[in-house]
Write a protein that binds this ligand. Structure first.
Ligand SMILES: Cc1cc2nc3c(=O)[nH]c(=O)nc-3n(C[C@H](O)[C@H](O)[C@H](O)COP(=O)(O)OP(=O)(O)OC[C@H]3O[C@@H](n4cnc5c(N)ncnc54)[C@H](O)[C@@H]3O)c2cc1C
Length: 414
């Protein structure tokens, strides 16, 4: 049986951060990863032209306090500080400036009502779905819902208003030209990893932990579990003895769905770099499109919530057809001949993710703390869903990985 002091289950942003921190502190550790690569939901893939495309996380959110920024710079990768497309006006001719101003005001008012309502119900120890503060009959409710799905991967009626409000966003958003996923994976370069080894169970009944993997058992003194919540929730027998509190927390912090499709675009120069548009401002199930990211001949298409779920059911062709339908409606039928699918990934179908990023169901904001709480000073938990204020992000994952590693280092000192 392989032996290690600390077994880190999962080599995404959280597992890599924990592995690096423990290695630096001289604590023997081993990342046990189901895939044949590091990064998890951070994944940069080169397209046919060799362009590095982020199929998972792409934005260094809260970049002015995001710990990945310093790491990325130390790696010699390039940070693009251009303001993100969603902070700029939509393409002219697609969304009339007067209507955009009206929508922006409605979105701002929605967030203000959300803050006020949360402050009120939180005093009473209550929560509600974020959709409760939509103004009945407001013409922008569908588009506000669409933006809510981009942020949380699910519709406003499914998510906790309190949790949504607890998210801390400095609104500074940067990108990594060579790929955020590539930078995150590279950070794990010198950490020992066992690849292609899905963990099926952690037996914590004995004096040493027994980590059961497809490649045999591993004995460990401690473990840091960083599995995506949807993966954890679907395995009630993952821990032996069972930890129903953890399974319940994971199931109440599900991963919403967001998928990207990259389209190669011929004669791209016609479009301004970084332009953007919504597919349909009248519906909640619509894509958002980023033209020529980094000036590349591409369109980055983004779908979330039920819209992404429906498209995943139809396969990659369904994504492409939907994108062409939404784009040609605004940009003319000639565009259909100028685009072809480049890369995409269906995160909902991915057996080691089963979704994109976590949200809390109404009433479950406090489950993040429950998920993060260690068990018997032997089982530690990390991963974006464990973060109270930076959940759903790669820097949230990083910070929880560091926190779990620090807890273990503190235990070793006594
Ligand atoms: C389309 C998309 C867009 C996104 N955009 C952004 C963005 O712009 N900015 C941002 O900050 N975040 C974004 N995110 C979210 C971000 O990618 C995640 O929050 C973050 O990468 C999660 O890191 P993690 O370590 O918590 O989990 P993961 O990266 O999921 O790591 C968990 C690891 O566990 C492994 N694993 C699973 N099951 C097993 C098993 N049984 N045994 C062993 N290993 C297992 C997985 O393979 C994975 O490597 C996006 C995500 C997606 C999908």
């Amino acid at each position: 049986m392989t032996e290690t002091e600390v077994a880190i289950i999962g080599g995404g942003a959280a597992g890599i951060a924990a592995g690096r921190r423990l290695s630096e502190a001289g604590v023997p550790c081993l990342i046990i990863e189901a895939r044949s690569r590091l990064g998890g939901r951070a994944w940069t893939v080169a397209d046919a032209d060799g362009l590095p495309l982020d199929l998972g996380c792409g934005w260094l959110h809260s970049a002015d306090r995001n710990p990945w920024v310093a790491i990325v710079e130390a790696q010699g990768f390039t940070i693009d500080r251009t303001s993100p497309p969603w902070s700029r006006p939509s393409l002219p001719g697609v969304f009339a400036p007067g209507e955009q101003a009206e929508f922006n005001a409605a979105m701002g008012a929605f967030f203000e009502r959300l803050s006020a309502a949360v402050a009120k119900v939180n005093n009473l120890g209550k929560d509600m779905p974020a959709a409760a503060v939509l103004e009945p009959g407001n013409r922008w409710n569908n588009l506000i819902t669409a933006v809510g799905t981009y942020i949380s991967g699910t519709e406003l009626q499914n998510m906790s208003a309190l949790d949504f409000e607890l998210y801390d966003d400095s609104e500074i958003n940067w990108r990594v030209k060579e790929g955020y996923g590539a930078a995150i994976a590279a950070h794990g370069d010198n950490v020992p990893v066992l690849f292609d080894s899905p963990v099926t169970r952690i037996d914590h009944s004995g004096t040493r932990l027994k980590i059961v993997t497809a490649k045999g058992d591993i004995a460990a003194g401690k473990a840091i579990v960083t599995l995506p919540t949807n993966v954890l929730a679907e395995r009630v027998d993952f821990f032996a003895p069972a930890l129903p509190e953890k399974t319940r927390a994971a199931s109440r912090l599900p991963l919403g769905l967001a998928d990207k499709l990259f389209l190669h675009l011929d004669h791209a120069e016609e479009f301004e770099t970084g332009g953007r548009l919504f597919g349909n401002i009248e519906r909640a199930g619509t894509g958002t499109y980023h033209m020529r990211p980094f000036g590349r001949p591409l369109i980055e298409c983004f779908y979330a919530g039920q819209c992404a779920r429906d498209l995943e059911a139809g396969g990659e062709r369904a994504f492409f057809n939907f994108a062409v339908e939404e784009l040609t409606r605004h940009l003319g039928s000639g565009l259909a001949k100028r685009v072809r699918p480049s890369l995409m990934h269906s995160w909902g179908k991915d057996p080691f993710a089963r979704g994109s990023y976590s949200y809390a169901v109404p009433g479950a904001a406090s489950e993040r703390g429950i998920l993060a709480r260690p068990v018997d000073e032997r089982l530690f938990f990390a991963g974006e869903a464990c973060s109270t204020h930076d959940f759903s992000t790669a820097h949230g994952g990083y910070l929880t990985g560091i926190a779990a590693a620090e807890q273990i280092i503190a235990c070793q000192k006594f």
